[in-house]
Design a protein around this ligand. Structure first.
Ligand code: ZN
Length: 148
């Protein structure tokens, strides 16, 4: 677990300093804003769809390193996926960060497993899942979502 913790810190630092896909999409097929008032995090997510599949994704935002890093890694993980596939991934991710399940055995989470460490810090679970909730809102054509 010590290795994973180190990897977690490195990954969060890397992705919060240099977030991937950190730009608006104009035009975008979907756009949603997610807020986590508890921590002051905001994620604005943009999607371009190819049929059902996510063809392009971009995000902007502000807030803590965890929210930014998690949204950044999520954008890398969801390209080319359908809403159903995204949903499954989010369920596994959420079970992991809330400590209900370990990192999925089937390796489906890929690099996202570094966020397993978040389960030790319950206050940060909302930071780590904000991007995912915002993505879900965008896929459901909702304009915004707030983590109360
Ligand atoms: Zn936060």
């Amino acid at each position: 677990m010590a290795d994973l913790r180190e990897l977690y810190q490195e990954t969060v630092l890397d992705h919060s300093r240099k977030p991937r896909n950190y730009h608006a999409l104009d035009p975008a097929d979907r756009k949603a804003v997610g807020n986590n008032p508890l921590c002051g995090d905001q994620v604005i997510l943009y999607l371009r769809l190819d049929g059902e599949r996510i063809a392009e994704v971009g995000f902007e935002g502000q807030g803590c390193a965890i929210s930014k890093a998690s949204a950044s890694m999520m954008t890398d993980a969801i390209k080319g996926k359908t809403p159903g596939e995204v949903d499954l991934l989010f369920q596994k991710f959420h079970a992991m960060v809330t400590g209900k399940a370990g990192p999925a055995e089937d390796n489906s989470l890929g690099k996202l497993v570094v966020f397993a460490g978040v389960s030790e810090f319950p206050a940060r679970v909302k930071c780590a899942s904000l991007g995912w909730h915002t993505l879900k809102a965008a896929l459901e054509s909702k304009a915004s979502v707030s983590m109360e």
